[in-house]
Design a protein around this ligand. Structure first.
Ligand code: LMR
Length: 332
C-alpha cells in the first residue's frame, strides 16, 4: 500500500470517528414550566432530570427552566410544537384550544376530591383525553396534580355576595370567566408570572390557586383571607412534541416513560401532602385567616357556579361529563 493510500485511509477513519462522536452526543430535553422549583411540579421536573441522567448516562441531558424563565404558560405549547422545548407540564386550562374536551377539568364542583379525579384519569375517558391532542402533534405522557383551588382575597369571602364587585386574577379559562361573571366578579386572566405583582400593585383584589402555588409565590404574605372552596382542581398534563417523542431511540424512550411514571407518583404524593400542610406553614409565616365554609355557604357557591356545566356541555361533550361524574362512585 502506498504512503498516499495509507494517509487517505487514515483521513477516512479520523473523519468517520468524528461523525460517530456527534451521533453519540446526548439527546437534549428542555423542560419548561412556570412555577417555583419548590412547588410539586418544579420538584418533579428536577427529579425527572436527576433520574433520566442517572439511568441514561451520556445518552440524555435534561435542562429544566422553572418560573417562566424560558416560556410563559401561553407560550409553552407553541414553543413545544416549534421544537423550542421538548417537555412541559402546563395547567390543563392552557390546553383547551388543542382539545376542548379537556375543559371537563375546569367545571366547578364536578370533582369532589383528588381520589375522584384519579379514578377518572385512570379510566377510559381520562386516558382518551391524554391522547386527545395527538392529531395536533402533542403527546400526553401523564397527569400531575397541583391541588384543589383555594380563593384568596383582601377581604373575607364566605358567600358569593362577598366577592361581588371584586376583580380576580384567574387562569385564562372561559369557564372560570363565566362562573365568576355569574357572581359579579370581573376576571383578569394574567400569566402566572405576573400574579404576585398584580396583587402587590392592587391590580386585582383576589385570586384562586393551589396551596403549593400560594405558598411558593409568597401570596400568603400579600393576601390575608383564604376560602378553601375546592371548586376546581389545578391539574397538569405532562406533554411532549409527539414527533420528538416517537423518534427517541428504542433503548431511551421506555426508560424515560418508566421514569415519568415513577416521578408522577412522587409529584402526586407531594401535592397531596402539601395540600394538608402548607396552609399551616403559611399561617406560621404570615397573618392569614383560613375561613372554612359551612354547608349553606358551600351550597350558595355551588348553585352560583354549576349552571356553567350546561353552557359548556356542547363543547366538552355530555359523554365526557357523564364519565367524570360517574367516576365519583366508581369502584375504588
Ligand atoms: C396558574 O396560572 O395559576 C397555574 O396554572 C400555574 C401553574 O402552572 O401551576
Amino acid at each position: 500500500m502506498t504512503r498516499f493510500l495509507l494517509l487517505l485511509l487514515l483521513g477516512f477513519f479520523v473523519v468517520g470517528s468524528g461523525s460517530r462522536a456527534e451521533a453519540s452526543d446526548p439527546i437534549v430535553i428542555r423542560f419548561s414550566h412556570v412555577v417555583s422549583e419548590q412547588a410539586p411540579k418544579g420538584v418533579g421536573a428536577l427529579r425527572f432530570k436527576e433520574l433520566a441522567e442517572a439511568r441514561l448516562p451520556g445518552r440524555v441531558q435534561v435542562e429544566v427552566y422553572p418560573s417562566s424563565r424560558k416560556f410563559t404558560d401561553e407560550e409553552v405549547v407553541p414553543a413545544l410544537l416549534f421544537g423550542d422545548v421538548e417537555l412541559a407540564a402546563p395547567s390543563m386550562v392552557i390546553l383547551r384550544g388543542y382539545a376542548p374536551a379537556l375543559q371537563v377539568y375546569e367545571l366547578p364542583f364536578l370533582f369532589k376530591d383528588v381520589a375522584h379525579i384519579r379514578r377518572f384519569q385512570a379510566g377510559p375517558t381520562g386516558q382518551m383525553l391524554l391522547n386527545s391532542m395527538l392529531p395536533r402533534g402533542i403527546r400526553g405522557l401523564g397527569y400531575w396534580d397541583g391541588g384543589m383551588r383555594v380563593l384568596s382575597a383582601n377581604k373575607p369571602l364566605h358567600s358569593p355576595a362577598d366577592a361581588s364587585g371584586l376583580m380576580f386574577r384567574t387562569e385564562s379559562s372561559q369557564i372560570f370567566q363565566r362562573a365568576y361573571d355569574r357572581i359579579g366578579v370581573v376576571t383578569l386572566p394574567l400569566p402566572f408570572r405576573l400574579l404576585a405583582d398584580a396583587i402587590r400593585d392592587g391590580l386585582v383584589d383576589g385570586q384562586e390557586n393551589s396551596w403549593p402555588n400560594i405558598y411558593t409565590r409568597g401570596i400568603h404574605k400579600l393576601h390575608r383571607y383564604y376560602t378553601p372552596l375546592h371548586h376546581t382542581f389545578l391539574g397538569y398534563m405532562v406533554i411532549a412534541n409527539d414527533d420528538f417523542w416517537t423518534r427517541l431511540p428504542a433503548d431511551v424512550r421506555p426508560v424515560l416513560e418508566e421514569i415519568l411514571a415513577e416521578v408522577t407518583r412522587e409529584v402526586n404524593e407531594l401535592a397531596r401532602q402539601e395540600a394538608e400542610t402548607l396552609a399551616q406553614k403559611a399561617a406560621s409565616e404570615a397573618e392569614i385567616e383560613v375561613l372554612p365554609l359551612n354547608e349553606n355557604e358551600l351550597a350558595e357557591w355551588r348553585s352560583a357556579f354549576t349552571p356553567v356545566w350546561r353552557e359548556f356541555e356542547p363543547v366538552i361533550g355530555a359523554d365526557v361529563i357523564e364519565a367524570a361524574v360517574a367516576a365519583e362512585g366508581a369502584a375504588r
